[in-house]
Design a protein around this ligand. Structure first.
Ligand code: BGC
Length: 754
């Protein structure tokens, strides 16, 4: 279809009609010109295609589909290839079901453990979130189905989600909240971006031209269309001008009419409308030209894939005395409602209608030595004495006890935030009572975000299973029995308690204003800087085997910021089982004039090693790995100096490190004024070239005799500090009339213009 030609043949009303949905999930058609409607559907952990009554809260049913592990789990895989495969699986489902765009992945940063939608998001770390979500995007789009990377931007809370204003400084946005979107656009070539409900620094994202046009298209080169989150439009006319192309769901046509009117009144340029229509149709045409409804959607095969993936995502947090893996034939009391009816996905728009669900008990069928007790109920928090007594009895008769616990649906969901980080009281009590009678107690957790673990010292092992999708039961069995060697790593820090979280003092905001006070110090960036104890650090995860690191080498000791640095390290499996290690690379700026985290993740690789095998892992670091966002330059900037390259098992378990000097090729322009202080002037060669001769001349004119008078009140340090912090203008005040303000201003002009 010649899209430009078709648009030129449309009436203004027809064009404006295309700027919003026909219903919950379809765009509009213009039949007389052969423009078809297309369907979009949620994601992001499978396909939620509603063919009857639509809603965006997961209330009404959707077609039977496959629930793959959710993003909180897949992030723990640290496995780009796996995310690509997950994307492909979703793409196949969409092709089969004639869905043009899958509404995901959701890549917002986990600012607080409290966010109700953390289970849908990847990480507290922007690099990890960017790498993994971009792989998912590439996977889905390899099937010629679009994604809608969401929710753009700074949408890290559910509280007042449609009205809150995220107040975030530019550096923090660039370093923390934007990178996953930036990568989705630049590397992932995302077909569509979904703007968020919230305001960003005072303006609704849905009408934020700085965000949707200047940044997204102008700087990052986005060439797809922007769709509103469902119901995120406030001022549709402003939105069209800002770059919001498609409003979803439908406004019953009323906003379309407003746009028509605005064009007629001259408040909106018709070119803005044409552009939006062109972008929408271009993306949809890409799908229509490659539509393959005969694509096989093998749900059973995807269920097996979901099981394999979920196992690869599980994080072994603790394993004292190698209590895991379980051995065939040993007696095991399996305890907990979630062992029978697992929690494996979150509530809301991502809710999948699974064609089947596999629990741990299902997977254990036929395994000898297993007993079961429910232990707790998921309605309410009150401990149930009789359920606990049955569990304690079963545990006391078994060699080991496996408690499957976590957060019930009501504890975390789209639409509202958590108010605390605790598990239900009945589960805490159960764990403590079972652990008291069975010294080999193992806890498996199904939850979408961190929980406090007051019982951690009483149990031998903990497996963090997150929300692992419909095959989570089989995956849990595979990890517990060692058929899969655990290889997940925490994509977020588990603080000891909620009060330790950096956003604790301001999370949720006051009224509609949510100030992101902690700036770039999100997650481990904060805990590491403050050297605080955490329950489990970012990147942590154990294996049934062991790994040794050696031979860290850098391609150079010193580079310019335009050069790439190659980092290599050897990793050996020193245990007796095959396993996978996640090799993590962190970079820290050793001395910086701006506040920076101690270390930031800038590379990771997941490698499989047979016992005794060694592999060399290679990372390539470019400027961005060393840079921070400099607001004055409005660009990424590397300050000349020493940087530490660290290889770690987690942000708290650094095994090897080496330093490199990076030299900046950019100069930060520094406007000199009479108020510039000497400390800054000394770092400015241009200023010193002018000032130094003057200072020498001035010193030559002062007599030495005064300095013979010892003044004990003025130490050398103090004198130096006085000088350091003195502004240029003090030269006038203390020159005894020899230097006038006009003369000083002339010197300043000479520096600035010279
Ligand atoms: C959610 C989106 C979702 C949309 C459609 C909204 O409420 O925030 O993530 O894609 O509904 O269901």
């Amino acid at each position: 279809m010649d899209i430009k030609k078709v648009i030129s043949e449309m009436t203004l009303e027809e064009k404006c009609s295309l700027l919003s949905g026909q219903d919950f999930w379809h765009t509009k058609a213009v039949e007389r010109l052969g423009v078809p409607a297309v369907m979009v559907s949620d994601g992001p952990h499978g396909l939620r295609k509603q063919d009857l009554k639509g809603d965006h809260l997961g209330i009404n049913d959707s077609i039977k589909a496959v629930c793959l592990p959710t993003a909180c789990a897949t992030a723990a895989s640290f496995d780009r290839d796996m995310l690509y495969q997950l994307g492909e699986a979703i793409g196949d489902a969409c092709q089969h079901e004639e869905v043009a765009v899958n509404l995901g992945p959701a890549v917002n940063i986990k600012r607080s453990p409290l966010c109700g939608r953390n289970f849908e998001y990847f990480s507290e770390d922007p690099y990890l979130a960017a790498e993994l979500s971009t792989s998912q995007i590439l996977g889905t789009q390899s099937r010629n189905v679009g994604v809608s990377v969401k929710h753009f931007a700074a949408n890290s809370q559910e509280h007042r989600r449609m009205s809150s204003d995220s107040v975030v400084d530019e550096r923090t946005l660039r370093e923390i909240y934007y990178p996953a979107f930036e990568s989705a656009v630049k590397k992932g070539k995302a077909w569509t971006v979904m703007c968020s409900y919230n305001r960003l620094n005072g303006e609704f994202a849905s009408q934020h031209r700085g965000l949707l046009t200047d940044l997204l298209r102008g700087e990052w080169g986005f060439d797809g269309y922007v769709v509103s989150d469902w119901g995120a439009v406030s001022d549709r006319v402003k939105g069209v001008h800002a770059g919001l192309d498609l409003e979803m769901p439908s406004s019953g046509g009323s906003n379309d009419l407003r746009v028509v009117q605005a064009v007629r009144d001259g408040r909106l340029d018709e070119k803005d409308v044409d552009l939006a229509v062109e972008r929408i149709l271009t993306v949809h045409q890409r799908y229509l030209d490659n539509k393959k409804p005969d694509t096989v959607w093998d749900k059973e095969a995807q269920h097996q894939l979901a099981r394999k993936m979920a196992a690869e995502c599980m994080v072994l947090l603790k394993n004292e005395d190698s209590v895991l893996p379980l051995q065939q034939g040993e007696t095991v009391a399996v305890i907990g409602k979630f062992a029978k009816t697992p929690r494996f996905q979150g509530g809301g728009s991502s809710h999948i209608n699974c064609f089947k669900v596999e629990s741990l008990l299902d997977a254990l069928e036929g395994v000898p030595g297993i007993t079961y007790a429910q232990g707790y109920d998921i309605q309410g928090e009150e401990p149930d004495e009789s359920l606990i007594a049955q569990a304690v009895d079963a545990a006391s008769k078994a060699g080991k006890a496996v408690i499957v616990a976590g957060l019930p649906d009501s504890f975390e969901s789209e639409g509202y935030d958590r108010t605390h980080m605790r598990m239900p009281r009945c589960q805490v009590e159960l764990i403590q009572r079972v652990a008291a009678v069975n010294p080999n107690t193992i806890v498996v957790l199904y939850n979408g975000s961190p929980v406090e673990m007051p019982w951690i010292g009483q149990v031998k092992a903990v497996v963090e299973g997150y929300l692992g999708g419909q095959a989570v039961g089989g995956a849990t069995k595979d990890v517990l029995f060692g058929d899969v060697n655990p290889c997940g790593r925490l994509p977020e820090s588990f603080p000891l308690k909620l009060e330790h979280n950096p956003s604790y003092l301001s999370y949720g905001g006051e009224g509609n204003t949510a100030v992101y006070n902690e700036g770039v110090f999100v997650g481990y960036r904060y805990y590491d800087k403050k050297a605080m104890d955490v329950l489990f650090p970012f990147g942590h995860g154990l294996s049934y085997t062991t790994f040794a690191y050696s031979n860290l080498r850098l391609s150079a000791d010193s580079i310019q910021d335009t050069d790439a640095l190659t980092v290599q390290v050897d990793v050996t499996n020193t245990g007796s089982l095959a396993g996978k290690e996640v090799v993590q690379l962190y970079v820290g700026d050793v001395e910086s004039s701006v506040f920076r985290p101690v270390r930031e993740l800038k590379g990771f690789e997941k490698i499989a090693l047979e016992p005794g095998q060694t592999k060399t892992v290679t990372f390539t670091l470019s400027k961005r790995a060393f840079a921070y966002w400099n607001v004055q330059l409005s660009d990424w900037h590397v300050e000349t100096g020493l940087f530490r390259i660290e290889i770690g098992r987690s942000s708290r378990d650094i095994v090897l490190s080496a330093d490199v000097t990076v030299e900046s090729t950019a100069t930060v322009p520094m406007e000199v004024s009479v108020n510039s202080i000497f400390m800054d002037l000394r770092k400015n060669p241009k200023a010193m070239a002018v000032l130094e001769p003057l200072m020498r001349a001035a010193n030559a004119g002062t007599s030495d005799s005064d300095s013979d008078v010892a003044n004990e009140a003025i130490t050398a340090d103090m004198a130096e500090a006085m000088m350091r912090y003195s502004p240029l203008r003090s030269a006038v005040s203390f020159s005894d009339g020899k230097l006038t303000y006009d003369q000083l201003q002339a010197i300043v002009d000479q520096i600035n213009n010279g």
